[in-house]
Design a protein around this ligand. Structure first.
Ligand code: SAM
Length: 433
């Protein structure tokens, strides 16, 4: 199929209402472990579940090369499919590990009760000793941490962190660290209304210990439901493996996966490295934010590299952008080049006849339409995929095309906003030929 044919197929697509999941409540999208931790641009689990049910069978291997907070892996497990997921973001890896690991609920309740007891009784006096001299030992003596946390809050968080690090079991430690990570934003002076890093010096900060205990108790209830859901059909032992890796280096053998379900990063929209800096700094995943940013596809902080687009639509987009802003043109060219590399890796791990389901929307930069979906279809066709089905879905929470303010990350209608997201997106179901 040539470029014009692809463009005309997209022009004829109409939204398919059943893929909007319009009546789905937040309780439903956050069921079982899905609400352990916030994550930008999360899938709704019902969408991942439907793709898994329609395009694979029990026992088939499912992969998510941009797993984020692990939605695909959780859904694969409860549908009896083994899964592998990778993400370059260590915070995503931690969250996913916690979310895919069912823990025996009565044992977990006893651990939570013990933690509550330790924190309320000051951990047999030891927590009282947690002062500035201990922050070096735990690697949290970092100017960026002091930039975000008031000293007394940092001290209380430090006490919790010290206790969690003493935990012997990896599963329990991941569970607790995931809970700790999710309260860091609330406990910092990061503006609560903003996704992007903005300080609010008037913010009322809750006390860390009660908020942490509330968080892990809620998580324990969700773990119980997850455990029971898996136990019924005998899926507790269905393997789910998460790695902190690049999507271009998938830890799976060639020709083994039946299905890929993924939502890739967008170009210059979220800077995941910045958004997750609180956890990354506390847990020592990085001490250098600029180095951290370079690892992500879609970042604005990339070095220039030779473009290999394999898409006429991509070439037109880059040429149009070049007339307006050569730097943005270069970022977009790098993005499409790197996405192509990920598609070849996906092809490599898929079985012949297996499917890659890519969930992606179009955006606008510098008033140029960034037709991600059209470009991806063209690129994938050129390396040995064919279209099985293209689904257009409306995103119920987005009524109008929305823009984001670069400073606050908030949705805005301002003419000056730099990033525009449309209220619909596509599911590209591509089959390996
Ligand atoms: C749209 S999010 C995925 C969200 C996920 N579907 C969920 O439900 O949480 C895209 C992800 O791509 C990851 N990413 C960016 N560059 C990557 C790379 N080179 N390799 C693997 N993952 C990468 C980001 O860290 C981010 O988690």
């Amino acid at each position: 199929m040539n470029t014009n044919e692809i463009v005309s197929i997209f022009a004829r697509l109409k939204p398919e209402p059943s893929w909007s999941f319009a009546g789905t409540t937040t309780a439903q999208t956050g069921y079982i472990t899905h609400s352990y931790h916030r994550y930008p641009a999360k899938f709704i689990p019902q969408l991942a579940a439907r793709l898994i049910s329609e395009y694979s069978e029990v026992g088939d291997l499912v992969i998510d090369p941009f797993m984020g907070s692990g939605t695909t892996l959780v859904e694969a497990k409860i549908h009896g499919r083994p899964s592998i997921g990778v993400d370059i973001n260590p915070v995503a890896h931690l969250i996913t590990m916690a979310k895919i690991t069912p823990i025996e609920p009565n044992y977990l309740d006893s651990v939570v009760a013990e933690i509550e007891n330790d924190l309320n009784s000051d951990y047999t006096g030891q927590l009282m000793l947690f002062d500035d001299s201990r922050t070096d030992e735990y690697g949290i003596n970092h100017e960026r941490i002091d930039y975000w946390f008031k000293p007394e809050i940092k001290r209380d968080l430090g006490k919790i962190y010290m206790l969690l690090n003493d935990t012997q079991s990896d599963d329990i430690r991941n569970f607790l660290l995931c809970g700790f990570s999710n309260i860091l934003k609330n406990c910092s002076i990061w503006s609560q209304k903003s996704t992007k890093p903005t300080r609010d010096f008037k913010k009322k900060i809750p006390e860390p210990i009660p908020i942490f205990l509330r968080q892990i108790k809620q998580m324990a209830k969700r773990n119980r439901k997850f455990y029971q859901l898996l136990k019924g059909p005998g899926y507790l032992e269905v393997p789910a493996s998460a790695y902190c890796e690049d999507a271009r280096n998938l830890p799976a053998k060639s020709d083994t996966a039946q299905l890929i379900v993924t939502s890739p990063p967008y170009v210059t929209s979220y800077e995941y490295a910045d958004l997750h800096q609180l956890t990354a700094l506390w847990f020592g995943y990085t001490s250098d934010l600029s180095e951290f940013r370079h690892r992500f596809i879609g970042t604005a902080y990339h070095e220039e590299k030779p473009a290999n687009l394999q898409s006429e639509t991509a070439e037109e987009i880059v040429a149009d952008l070049n007339k307006k802003n050569p730097k943005t043109a270069c970022e977009v060219a790098t993005y499409f080049t790197e996405m192509l590399e990920t598609f070849s890796e996906m092809r490599q791990v898929l079985k012949k006849g297996g499917y890659a389901c890519i969930v992606i929307g179009d955006t606008m930069l510098e008033k140029v339409d960034i037709k991600n979906a059209e470009v991806f279809v063209e690129q994938m066709q050129n390396i040995g995929f064919q279209i099985e089905r293209l689904i257009m879905r409306e995103i119920p929470s987005k009524i109008l095309p929305q823009t984001r303010d670069k400073k606050t990350g908030r949705f805005t209608k301002s003419k000056d906003a730099d990033f525009l997201a449309y209220p619909h997106e596509y599911i590209l179901v591509m089959q390996k030929t």
